[in-house]
Design a binder for this molecule. Structure first.
Ligand code: ASP
Length: 465
């Protein structure tokens, strides 16, 4: 039975079997030292000229895949390597089998990789992911998501998946679209968030919903933004703004403290949008001192009372956060009448941490007339409202409970937890800065036959080949 490198420390004197990648080979006179890497970590191994494995060991190159058998030996006091968890032991290799050879990797894997060009790292992402730093980030991400799930299940939430091939759901970005073969010339939109479905699930009586949801947004790429991101997506019925915020605060505190982090201030401080802008000049801000930054402290804060609407480039009113939000109770009359639009605030809340917006949500307009008023303010005519959002208005006419929720970005939280500056360091297969996926070649042209199936014709002049 194969065991992990990290399990060897308690097995001194035993013969064990290990498997993994050759991280390093050093020949010291007659002795051959090998570092073996597996998902647990790294162990030093020694092959002596007396070993049956000696000849094969001499041929090994970095990243070859091997299986070995040998005795775990305690290292003498002076030879202990404090930098690795297996530093107290080494393996005396008795048998060695090569499972696969490897070409020389295009870049080193045993460094932090920050100095290697992004294009190359992502082209060979499966090698880059062997790098301990990146490997660890992905493991931390998995742990975070697991802890979030555990917390929410314990609070009575149901995890529900919602469709990817659907209709537009506005979050202020462009949609990615997918052509339909069954309906030539027509397109699905990939959801910018599960917003509408999670609200429909409240109408359906799932009073506590969550999803680890993928969201697709066709927007300009930045350090902390990709075409795809994952969010912890939550929606709850019969709750006030404060109750949603309390739930999310409990979730964050429990999860990040379990992961060994310190939080600057509990309960999280609250700012109105106006207070935040007056104090920090922005609605996301970093409250940490230099010492707290160095110690990896997390400084969360809530921001509330945002303006509901702002003017877009054409001078028309558009939503600041979410068209499905409920206005503040004291502004509901104005909202329904379309008056004092610039003064209407929404029951939106943003969660800020270390300068990032790590969450945003709101209490929703669960009455059809309130939601309709939002779209009217945005200049939609009756026909357009019915066409784009008639299904929501209809659903709300069948006894929609008051509800609200939040979406909290997984990548941004993992960037904070790991101290990474770029989204690509915390996604297994991120896009390149030029908008291509890792490893694979996309987008690509498709054959004329497929285009015909979709009822599409290309504008040859626009095609970049
Ligand atoms: N739909 C929002 C978003 O994706 C989150 C929410 O309001 O629940 O940002």
């Amino acid at each position: 039975m194969r065991i992990l490198t990290t399990e060897t420390v308690s097995k001194i004197g035993e013969t064990v079997e290990l498997a993994g990648w050759v991280a390093n080979r050093r020949d010291h006179g007659k002795l051959i030292f090998l570092d073996l890497r597996d998902r647990g970590g790294i162990i030093q191994m020694v092959v002596t000229p007396k070993s049956a494995a000696y000849e094969t060991a001499g041929k090994l190159r970095p990243e070859w895949v091997i299986r070995v058998k040998g005795e775990v030996k305690g290292r003498p006091e002076g030879m202990i390597n404090k930098d690795i968890p297996t530093g107290t032991v080494e393996l005396g290799v008795a048998e060695l089998e090569v499972l696969n050879e490897a070409q020389t990797p295009p870049f080193p894997i045993d460094t932090d990789g920050h100095d290697i060009g992004e294009e190359n790292r992502l082209k060979y992402r499966y090698l880059d992911l062997r790098r301990p730093r990146v490997h660890k980030n992905i493991q931390i991400r998995s742990e975070y998501v697991q802890r979030v799930r555990e917390y929410l299940f314990a609070q009575g939430f149901t995890e529900i998946e919602t469709p990817y091939l659907t209709s537009t759901t506005p979050e202020g970005s462009r949609d990615f679209v997918v052509p339909s073969r069954m309906y030539p010339g027509q397109f699905f939109a990939l959801p910018q968030s599960p917003q509408q479905y999670k609200q429909l699930l409240q109408v359906a009586g799932f009073e506590r919903y969550f999803q680890i949801a993928r969201c697709f947004r066709d927007e300009d790429l930045r350090a902390d933004r990709g075409f795809e991101h994952t969010q912890v997506d939550i929606e709850m019925s019969f709750v006030t703004r404060e109750e949603v915020m309390q739930l999310v605060e409990g979730l964050m505190i429990t999860v990040v403290e379990a992961m060994g982090k310190t939080i600057k201030q509990k309960p999280f401080p609250h700012f109105t949008f106006k207070e935040a802008v007056a104090k920090y000049g922005a609605d996301k801000f970093d409250m940490r001192s230099e010492a707290e930054k160095a110690a990896g402290v997390l400084a969360f804060a809530w921001v509330t009372d945002f303006p509901f609407f702002e003017k877009d480039k054409e001078g028309n009113w558009t939503f600041t956060h979410n068209p499905f939000s409920m206005p503040a109770p004291e502004h509901l009359e104005w909202h329904l009448k379309g008056e004092h639009i610039e003064e209407i605030t929404t029951q939106q809340y943003d969660l800020v941490c270390n300068g990032f917006e790590v969450g945003g949500g709101s209490i929703r307009a669960h009455r059809p007339d309130v939601l309709k008023a939002t779209f009217k303010t945005m200049g939609y005519g009756e026909e357009q409202i019915q066409k784009e959002f008639g299904h929501m208005l209809e659903a709300f006419s069948f006894g929609a409970p008051p509800h609200g929720g939040i979406g909290s970005g997984v990548e941004r939280m993992i960037m904070i937890l790991t101290g990474e500056q770029y989204l690509r360091e915390v996604q297994a297969f991120p896009q390149t800065a030029k908008g291509h996926p890792s490893v694979m070649n996309a987008p690509t042209l498709i054959s004329p036959e497929r285009l015909r199936e979709f009822g599409l014709k290309l504008d040859e002049k626009q095609i970049k080949k």
